[in-house]
Every structure is written in C-alpha cells, then in structure tokens.
Design a protein around this ligand. Structure first.
Ligand code: M5T
Length: 611
C-alpha cells in the first residue's frame, strides 16, 4: 500500500489525537495510524473577528486544541506524547463562520444559510511534536488547512426540519454531516471529501512527507518549469521498504522508528541539522534513485492505458477497485495496486466513492479525447520500450543499432509491420496535435502560396497551416505506407481540399514543388550525413525567395543540454538557435530567424538565397 511509508513514520511514536470527533478517529485509523484519543478541553471561543480569514481561525483553534492536550499530558506524567494532532472544522459562508449548532433553531439558521448555495469547509490541522526535557515541555508546531467547496441543493423547509429532527446536525460544523443523511443535501463537492468529514488526510500525508522528507536545496534547484514534472508519490518515500538507507539516519540520532526513545520527538530538528550540512555523510541520492525507478512509473502508465483504465473511469467513474477489475476482467487485488500507484502518480484521484480520472488523465489519457496521448503511450510501450532494451548492444556494436536504440523511429518503422506503422502514426499524430498550432503560427507565413510538409505523416501540421493561411496549398510528403494509412486520421473540413498527400521517400524521390518546405521534428532523428543530404536536396528544390521552416526540440542556449523530457521526444542532440542558423545558412538559406514555439519547440525560418 503506497501511503504506508509516510504514515509509517509515526508508527513507533506515541501519537495522540486531541479530538473527540469519531469521524477523525475513523479516518486516521483507516489510514493505518496507531494513536490514543485524548479529547481536548480547549474551549472553542477564540474571537472570530480578530482573524483575517476563516481558515486562520480554524488553524489557531486546532493548534490550541493540540497544545492543551500536550500541556495536560505533560503535567500529568511529566512526559508528553511524541506527537499530538489537533483539528478544527468550520463551515464558512463568505466571512461568516459556522461551527456546531447549539440547538435545533441554530441548526435551522445554519442550514437555511447554506440552502441552494456554495460554501467552504475549512479544516485547520496542527501537528505538535513534543519533547519533555528537565521537566519542561518543548513543542514544535506545524500547521496547515484545507478548503473544500460544497454546494447545497435548493431544499424545502419541510426537508430541512426533517433533517434537523433526525438529530444528525447537532455535533457537526455547519449543522450537517456529508458522510451520512446530509449527503442527500449536497449537489457537488470540489476538493477533498474527507476534509468536509473532518480531517484532510491527503494534505496531512503531504505535510508528514514535508516534515520528514523536506526537499534538499539541490532538488529545489533541479525543478524548473520545463523539467519532468516531479512524481509526487508517497511511494517515493518508501526508503526503508526499498532496502535503501533512510535519509533520516543521516541525521544525528536518526529519526522515526529508528530513533532511541529519549530523543525521537526531535525528528524535524534533527532533520534540519542534516539538511543544513551538519553531517558529513553523503546526501541521500533521491534524484538518482528516482531515475533508477523511472521505468516503473512509465510501465504503470502504459499498462493502465493498454487496459483502457482511463476510458472505463471516464465513462463510469468513480469506481471501487473491485468494480474496475470486473469491468476490465482483471485480478481485483492487482488492479487495486495498479489503481493506487496511478493515484500516487497523480493520474487518478482516490476518494471514498472510488477512483476517478484526474484532469490530466481526462485530457490526455482517455483514448478518444481531442488531446489524447494514448498513441504515444501505446507506441512507447509496444516499440520504444523494446528498442531501449537493446541500448547496450547498440552502443557496443555501432551506428546502425545505436540509431535504432536511441529512438530513430523513422528508419525503424520502414522495415516493420503495418500495425507498427499505425502505432507510430498514432503517436506522431497525438504529439503533433500539441505542437502544430505553435509551429504554424511561430512566423507569418502568408507570403507563401504553397508548402510541402516533409514527413508530414497524418497531416496535422498541414491542416493547421491550411487553417491559418487561407490561400496556402499544402502537400504532405511521406512514405507510401504512411500516406496509404493517413486517410484513417482525416476528419474532413473545408481546408482539406487544399491539402494533398503525395507518397515518396525524401532521400530518393524528387520533392514536390513548393514555396515553403517544412520539416517538423525530423532533423534530430538523423545522423549528420543523412541530415545534410536531406537539407541539400531541399535546398536544390527550393526556388530563390522560397523558405524552409524547421521545428525541433529546443535547446536552452548555446551548448546547453536538453531537458530529459525533450530528449525522450527525439533521438539526437538538440541544437541551439545559433546552430540552427548555421545549419540553414550552410545549405544556402539566409535571413534565418528563430522563434520559440510553446514549451517544447524551437522554430527556424530561412529564405533561399539566389544561387
Ligand atoms: C461539515 C461536517 C462536519 N462534521 C463534523 O463536524 C465536527 C466539527 O467540529 P470540531 O469542533 O472541528 O470537532 P469536534 O467534533 O468538536 O471534536 P474536537 O476535535 O474534539 O473539537 C467534526 O466532528 C466533524 O467530523 C461531519 O461529521 N461531517 C460534515 O460534513
């Protein structure tokens, strides 16, 4: 179970939940946490108006609840628990804070306020680490809050009173319990459901992860807007299970379960010392280990796509693991594991009602979505995965294999089956959909009357060009086996009559006539000799004043290395803008201009000089 490692960090500590709420107890024990319950005696009477926001009030109340319990337990035994958790849930309608109703009339007033409208539920949480030394209690408090938006339906007076008379509202903030009868009042919920019920478990786990595994400065430097999105999984924290060293062990005295009883409550500070370099042992190589495990995450994603997991959840979610397994005819236990890992990878959301797609999955992993990347997943799984297993051989044995192993899809697919060609086309089709508009609009191309997209595959870029430039005639030039299959990808539309598909090999056959030649994500895949051959063929076909538009993965700057994400999209080294400029100039193009297209690509436009 992927959440265990982070919750497990509290396993050998004496943990106290400073709350009488049976819901909080249930949520935390369901998550596998072992704790004692000592309800707080702190009276929830802070002056609401003195807080700038409703959540500031909830956080402060949570903190006071936890500190009261820590203080009382310390006084009683002269030894406080290691960790005390306090929470406070409030309902906020604008600036107005609703807590538990004092009587039925109060419940009625609250429910009437919520009727037919949206409101926010805030839960403030305080995690207090305690340390009793020389009869003194020392505490370190971490606090946070979570907000969930809830909308009530329009409810009749009769229904409100019926609900109030059920007795359910009385011990609940805002006068309702979403987890029981109150669920019938609710039209929708945005955010963490458990937060409404009384405890934001997900945020709590993240907070534990932050406390026990804070990012090192080196990691923070690594995360840039265009780097691989961090895989925010609790599984990453599963160091001890993975047999690796616990980063905490590099802290003086260790932490968590490995610590001696006497100073285990010092966990966060001990970690701090480690982070600030108080220890000379090497830093825990989190990034490296993530890299070593990266293939597992890819395989999980490919498997889920192949099983059509995201399609099933799109149509029928949220679903429990057993129901997903039934629909996919898969093993229930293994399916649950797959679902949990997908949730940890941010592809699925897991709530009490079951698993559902996250936004990114809905957008990119559902097969029939406009921006689906299923084709890329399918091709990488069916083909690139296998190619990469031969990387060692390729590097040892030379150029041809190396080209294949480094991802030269173009060449490899020639000798492969029709199904593989189709898979390749689906992958290229979906990636082109993401980039075509940026490529077509990076420069004003309206001076050209005709364009030829070399290796234009299913014609996505051609379509975009035709759409953008109403008088442009576009030729898609690609291998016969590709043009033959491209019909299956066409959607029709007015600009289709200005697009034609011509079969041919741009290394052998004469190129169709055009004012503008386009090479989108083609050059990087070829070794230098072929690259120059192709450019010189284009140069000879291009009339003076004609253009060459090249779109490639962007290198940051001269000599800068490419981010790993881009490297996966094409095989060779990316070129800097200057390198592109020189390359085009070498082949007789002048006035070379370079532009960025979206996050991924660099687009270069050159004009053919008179010979
Ligand atoms: C909106 C909502 C709230 N609650 C309960 O409302 C109480 C809030 O009051 P609190 O002051 O935060 O907690 P408490 O119950 O007084 O306990 P304590 O922590 O001891 O102060 C908590 O119980 C929550 O579950 C539900 O059970 N379902 C819901 O949909």
């Amino acid at each position: 179970m992927v959440l265990c490692p982070v919750i497990g960090k509290l396993q050998h500590k004496r943990v106290v939940l400073a709350s009488a709420s049976p819901r909080r107890q249930e949520i935390l024990s369901n998550a596998g946490l072992r704790f004692e319950v000592v309800p707080s005696r702190f009276k929830e009477k802070l002056h609401k108006a003195s807080f700038a926001t409703p959540y500031a009030y909830a956080v402060e109340t949570a903190k006071q609840k936890a500190l009261e319990v820590a203080g009382r337990m310390h006084q009683k035994d002269l030894r406080a628990p290691d960790v005390v958790i306090g929470a406070d849930t409030i309902v906020a309608v604008g600036a107005m804070i609703l807590e538990k109703p004092v009587d039925k009339q109060d419940a009625y007033r609250m429910l009437s306020r919520l009727n037919g409208k949206e409101h926010s539920v805030f839960t403030g949480v305080a995690i207090v680490h305690c340390c009793s030394k020389d009869g003194r209690l020392d505490t370190e408090v971490s606090e946070f809050y979570e907000e969930t938006t809830v909308k009530f339906s329009e409810l009749s007076e009769e229904l409100l009173w019926e609900y109030i008379n059920s007795g359910e509202p009385m011990d609940k903030a805002g006068g309702y319990g979403i987890q029981a009868l109150g669920g019938m009042l609710v039209e929708y919920v945005h955010g963490d459901f458990l937060n409404v019920v009384g405890f934001p478990l997900n945020h709590f786990c993240k907070e534990l992860a932050r406390l026990y595994y804070p990012p090192r400065p080196a990691d923070l430097r690594r995360v840039r807007h265009d780097s691989i999105p961090a895989v925010d999984t609790f599984e990453n924290l599963s160091d001890s299970e993975a047999g690796g060293a616990d980063p905490g062990q590099s802290a003086k005295g260790g932490r968590g379960g490995e610590q001696a009883d006497g100073d285990r409550s010092q966990a966060p500070r001990a970690l701090d010392a480690a982070l600030n370099g108080a220890d000379s042992r090497p830093r825990f190589p989190t990034g490296l280990l993530e890299l070593m495990d990266g293939f597992k995450a890819s395989k999980v994603l490919f498997t889920a796509c192949k099983l059509k997991l995201f399609d099933v959840l799109k149509d029928q979610g949220p679903l429990q693991a057993v129901d997903v397994a039934r629909k996919l005819s898969t093993c229930a236990g293994r399916t649950e594991q797959l679902l949990d890992v997908c949730a940890a990878l941010g592809l699925l959301e897991k709530t009490r009602r079951g698993y559902s797609n996250t936004e990114v999955a809905t957008l990119h992993l559902v097969s029939d979505g406009e921006h689906s990347l299923q084709g890329v997943a399918e091709y990488n799984d069916a083909h690139v995965w296998g190619v990469f297993t031969r990387l060692g051989l390729a590097v040892r044995e030379g150029a041809e294999q190396t080209r294949g192993a480094l991802g030269a899809m173009e060449e490899e697919r020639l000798s492969q089956s029709r199904e593989l060609t189709l898979q390749f086309m689906r992958a290229k089709h979906s990636l082109s959909k993401l980039t075509a508009h940026h490529v077509a609009t990076a420069f004003d191309l309206s001076r050209f009357a005709s364009a030829c997209d070399l290796g234009g595959c299913t014609g996505i870029l051609a379509r975009e060009l035709a759409q953008e430039y109403p008088r442009l005639q576009v030729t898609v030039f690609d291998l016969p086996e590709v043009t033959e299959l491209s019909g299956g990808f066409q959607r029709g539309g007015r600009q289709t009559e200005r697009i034609r598909f011509v079969p041919g090999d741009f290394f052998k056959d004469s190129l169709p006539e055009a004012d503008l030649y386009v090479l989108s994500r083609m050059l990087q895949d070829w070794p230098d000799d072929k690259l120059h051959k192709l450019l010189s063929r284009i140069s000879s076909s291009c009339k003076p004043g004609g253009g060459l538009l090249v779109a490639e993965a962007a290198a940051e700057e001269e000599g800068a290395s490419q981010s790993p994400r881009l490297r996966t999209l094409s095989a060779g080294q990316p070129r800097s803008p200057d390198e592109h400029r020189r390359l085009l100039q070498r082949h007789g193009f002048q006035d070379v201009r370079v532009a960025r297209a979206g996050d991924l690509l660099c687009v270069v436009l050159g004009t053919r000089a008179a010979p």
